[in-house]
Design a protein around this ligand. Structure first.
Ligand SMILES: CC(=O)SCCNC(=O)CCNC(=O)[C@H](O)C(C)(C)COP(=O)(O)OP(=O)(O)OC[C@H]1O[C@@H](n2cnc3c(N)ncnc32)[C@H](O)[C@@H]1OP(=O)(O)O
Ligand SMILES: O=C([O-])CC(=O)C(=O)O
Length: 378
């Protein structure tokens, strides 16, 4: 047994996976052998989900069957919608609302009592959870904003249907394609903290409905998925301050703060997803006739590289991409969860297939020889 302490489990190998490969020095990300560049350009979110969950890219028939089965699961049970309504009316934090609503889905899932390791039941549960998350987020956002939820439609893609439910109108082609691509880019990323959290939960043979809310909770933190909201809030703060981007970033570091959207545990170069999303952010700015957000971002990127040797991660450019698509800033992280749920499910399936309880150890550094004194004598 090694006594070497690996704080934050950095570099510790704990599992084998066929799902995603990351080359942190080359800035490369691969899902089951396919480059993220090819998938982002040519595959839909539904195709990539199928790839992750079933091990191969679907043919047209398989994709049609999968898409149909998943889109039929979009509607929420009245009890879940009532819960979402009460959370929105209480102005709950959107990630907390999502975590609570997803947890409640087990109450109406016909496979809720299945053996936690039953693969077919897990695929059905996974489809239901993945299909319902967009409905939860859109309904929550609309109710909170004083509007009525929009019923899901089965004839739209996962990406189109979400934007339709959020905005009450069908998205144009550019919006739908950009959003679908963002979903593809966020779906999996090795043993990131939220995926690992889901794996730890499932390793106890707890069920999928326990593992997914755990993933949502872990993703919400500012060091992980929560950073995409922080990035946009920082860009808005910069805009309001009237400062130059470099001056703003300098002030931030001098105040001992981190610049959200920079740094990564695995990448030593620019995150390949940030590379693709920065092109999208630029294209959206050009279409809208203002490159303000893109230019703020690139100025900070150049300076952070020279000054700190830090490169942007996925959250840095998803922020301005979503903002320019008209998506409310505080649902950026729920949207990350909407995509990443596919990766959590895929890793949980792998975990169940070759399970061993995940249980590391900590080095005890407290005392061992205290004399107990009864409470009335202390
Ligand atoms: C989808 C995702 O989860 S991507 C990550 C999203 N999170 C963020 O963008 C938040 C900002 N980034 C960070 O906090 C970190 O880079 C993390 C959490 C992503 C990675 O953390 P770790 O691998 O543990 O690196 P660690 O926190 O040890 O940082 C290493 C050094 O870089 C510095 N650093 C890392 N990120 C930043 C940053 N964004 N701004 C300023 N300095 C930073 C740290 O201060 C530290 O410097 P030091 O050694 O002089 O103290
Ligand atoms: O891999 C990580 O640690 C964080 C990340 O980029 C992700 O989860 O997408």
């Amino acid at each position: 047994m090694s006594d070497e302490l690996k704080k934050g489990l950095e570099g510790v190998l704990v599992a084998e996976s066929e799902l995603s490969y990351i080359d942190g020095d080359a800035g490369e990300l691969i899902y089951r052998g396919y480059s993220i560049d090819d998938l982002a350009r040519d595959a839909s979110y539904e195709e990539v989900l199928y790839l992750l969950w079933h091990g191969h890219l679907p043919n047209s028939e398989e994709l049609a069957e999968f898409t149909e089965a998943m889109s039929a699961e979009r509607e929420l049970h009245d009890d879940v919608l009532d819960l979402v309504r009460s959370l929105a009316e209480a102005d709950e934090n959107p990630m907390a609302a999502l975590r609570t609503a997803v947890s409640s889905l087990s109450a109406h899932d016909p496979d809720a009592e299945a053996d936690p390791q039953d693969r077919e039941a897990n695929l059905r549960k996974g489809r239901r959870i993945t299909a319902k998350i967009p409905t939860i987020i859109a309904a929550f956002t609309r109710i909170r904003d004083g509007e009525e939820p929009v019923e899901p439609r089965e004839d739209l893609t996962h990406a189109e249907n979400f934007l339709y439910m959020l905005n009450g109108e069908e998205p144009d082609e550019v919006l739908a394609e950009t959003f679908d691509m963002a979903l593809v880019l966020h779906v999996d990323h090795g043993l990131n903290a939220s995926t690992f959290s889901s794996m730890v939960i499932s390793s106890t043979l707890a069920d999928l409905h326990s593992a997914i809310p755990g993933g949502i909770g872990a993703l919400s933190g500012s060091l992980h998925g929560g950073a995409n909201q922080d990035v946009m809030e920082a860009l808005l703060e910069l805009d309001e301050s009237g400062k130059e981007p470099v001056e703003w970033a300098k002030d931030k570091l001098e105040a001992g703060e981190r610049v959200p959207g920079f740094g990564h545990r695995v990448y030593n170069v620019k995150d390949p997803r940030a590379r693709i999303l920065s092109d999208k952010s630029k294209a959206l700015g050009e279409a809208a006739g203002s490159l303000k957000w893109f230019e703020y971002s690139t100025s900070i990127e150049d300076w952070m590289k020279d000054e700190k040797g830090l490169a942007p991660n996925v959250d840095f450019y998803s922020a301005s991409t979503y903002y320019q698509m008209g998506i409310p800033v505080d649902i950026f992280t729920p949207i990350f969860a909407m995509s990443r749920v596919g990766g959590w499910i895929a890793h949980v399936l792998e975990q169940y297939d070759d399970n061993r309880l995940i249980r590391p150890r900590g080095r005890y550094i407290g005392s061992t020889d205290e004399e107990f004194v009864p409470v009335e004598e202390r």
